[in-house]
Ligand binder design. Structure first.
Ligand code: FAD
Length: 528
């Protein structure tokens, strides 16, 4: 159902209504208010931040002033060359140019208008393509002490270990995505024309008789309300990663439970609302994929930066370079599942790190807890490990022998492990050989991996102003989308660390400029 204005009494009126409270939404709201637009931001859970709060906080925006200040030579043109090479024509070129050319303005606004301190931190771009930065080109917010955040700390989504795994929260400071959320909330709190509502879900878009989106119907503590949006509604309400129904419909995923996103946020409300108003949808089969470590409580944690060992599928065989950027590794895992090899994966490693897990996983898994749940096995031989995991003993033995032979030669001619700077980055290695330490004959471990994701990336197709297009390709007046509610500008690729957040912020920024009647130009030269 889509309600029309005739059926409603308006409870409150704003220039802009923002749906959701991830970083794209908060940033969009701040940009709207700074353009003089009264703005109401509506979040359905009892905390701000969504999956954005879980994130590492990397924001990928080529050629921005913070990169230059921190000593990285970069430019929008160089970023565009890279983005084009990686994304190709899967998304509209003008949309790509709008995103890339606006990045520096986004960072200037963050720095000068919102006063948010950021810094560059090395993390390589994910593809070997022209224009790549091997140090990456992502900026991060500076951590913020809880004292500075004050009472708002309790309104911010907790960290992944505390939220999903029962760990104690670090109460001293907020970092990464939580630092973004805290700093943006403080900026909004300082603005009179911003109203922020928690525990209030947007249920419907309201349209007038001409089909223009003029508001939303919400449900919260005050019951049902109609909020009028004079200039537009920005939907930045995340993806549908936690909807079993929508994932089964579009993605044939084993389960929605293995997403590393926040369990209550990626319900697909946005894409359902878009469908009801006749929006054009795209990239629905796509996610920001990753390997994930399965925990006894059924949650799976984002895992990257493997330092040693091998990863095998349910057949006991290697199927990819273990040091691939996580989205590309996830895609290889997805392909194995689609090929019928099953959804079971194991990271097999030795005692090199005193039996510790040789990968970055937040939280770090507790070996005993995982062992008790059959998700971590330790055995004295390959045969015993195969028996414990249920893997074919001959296949597993062959995989280890083959890997050891490649390691002896210092070249992974099967999958190219260590050939790419991204793979070497986490080991601090300068040659492929350093990434190929053989697995000795002694005690071995196997930890269960699954195909996870950082969220879905399909949704409403938007134009260069962030306006949602209908199925004929025309903008639906008054309706805008950003972040994982929209079909990602990066198409079927994950070009580098921070593209989800960077593109979400940028398109939210462009959307509110358009709502204010001051659409942003697409600056700079075009590269085809
Ligand atoms: C562990 C981890 C690390 C990551 N690290 C990075 C990184 O460093 N850099 C990067 O770019 N990306 C990273 N990502 C991915 C990134 O966090 C997500 O892609 C991004 O946060 C999605 O932002 P969003 O604004 O679209 O949605 P979200 O941040 O999920 O926000 C959506 C919000 O909308 C709310 N909402 C949903 N429906 C409604 C409704 N009907 N009414 C009102 N509110 C609603 C939700 O409750 C939620 O709070 C990471 C992800 C994970 C899980």
């Amino acid at each position: 159902m889509t309600v029309t204005t005739g059926e409603n009494t308006v409870d409150a009126e704003f220039d802009v209504v923002v749906v959701g409270s991830g970083i794209a939404a908060l940033f969009g709201a701040a940009a709207a208010v700074s353009r003089g637009l009264t703005t109401c931001l509506v979040e359905k859970t009892d905390r701000f931040g969504g999956t954005s709060a879980y994130s590492g906080g990397a924001v990928w925006l080529p050629g921005n002033a913070v990169l230059a200040r921190d000593g990285l030579e970069d430019s929008v043109e160089r970023g565009r060359t890279y983005f084009r090479a990686v994304v190709g024509d899967r998304t509209d070129r003008d949309l790509q140019d709008a995103f890339l050319s606006t990045g520096p303005r986004v960072v200037d606004f963050l720095t000068h208008d919102l006063g948010i301190p950021t810094r560059f931190q090395a993390f390589p771009d994910y593809f070997d393509a022209p224009g790549r930065q091997e140090t990456g080109r992502s900026i991060y917010p500076k951590p913020i002490r809880s004292e500075e955040v004050g009472a708002r700390t309790g309104d911010i989504r907790r960290s992944v270990p505390a939220d999903q795994f029962g760990a104690d929260e670090d109460t001293a400071k907020l970092e990464g995505g939580r630092a973004w959320v805290a700093r943006l909330l403080l900026a909004l709190d300082a603005m009179d024309a911003a109203e922020l509502r928690l525990s209030t879900a947007v249920e419907e878009l309201v349209r007038d008789d001409d089909g223009r989106v003029v508001g939303v119907v919400t449900r919260g503590d005050e019951g049902r309300q109609v909020l009028r949006a004079r200039h537009g509604v920005l939907v930045a309400a995340g993806g549908f990663e936690r909807s079993a129904e929508l994932r089964a419909r579009w993605q044939q995923m084993p389960t929605a439970d293995w997403s590393a996103s926040h369990p209550d946020t990626g319900s697909g409300d946005a894409v359902r609302m878009f469908e009801r108003v006749g929006a054009r949808l795209d990239l629905l089969d796509q996610s920001w994929w990753c390997p994930a470590t399965l925990f006894p409580n059924g949650h799976a944690a984002f895992t990257l930066g493997f330092r040693s060992g091998i990863i095998v599928d349910a057949t006991g065989r290697r199927f990819a370079n273990e040091l691939l950027p996580y989205d590309q590794m996830g895609r290889r895992m997805h392909a194995r599942i689609t090929d019928g090899a099953g959804d079971e994966f194991w990271c097999v490693f030795d005692d090199a790190e005193a039996g510790g897990y040789p990968a970055i996983c937040v939280p770090a898994p507790d070996a005993d807890e995982l062992r008790a749940a059959g998700l971590w096995h330790t055995a004295a031989s390959i045969g015993d490990l195969a028996a414990a995991t249920g893997l074919d003993p001959e296949a597993l033995a062959e995989s280890v022998e083959r890997f050891n032979a490649l390691a002896e030669r210092g070249r992974d001619t099967d999958f190219g492990r260590g050939e790419d700077p991204y793979g070497r980055f986490f080991l601090g290695a300068s040659t492929p050989g350093e990434c190929l330490r053989p697995l000795p004959g002694g005690r071995l471990h196997a930890v269960r991996l699954v195909l996870g994701d950082l969220g879905t990336k399909g949704g409403a197709v938007i134009d260069t102003n962030g306006a949602v297009l209908d199925t004929t390709g025309c903008p639906i007046p008054g309706l805008y989308a950003a972040g994982n509610s929209s079909a990602s500008v990066s198409g079927e690729a994950y070009p580098g660390p921070g593209v989800p957040l960077g593109s979400g912020m940028t398109m939210a920024f462009r959307a509110v400029a358009h709502m204010a009647g001051e659409p942003l130009p697409i600056e700079g030269s075009r590269v085809d």
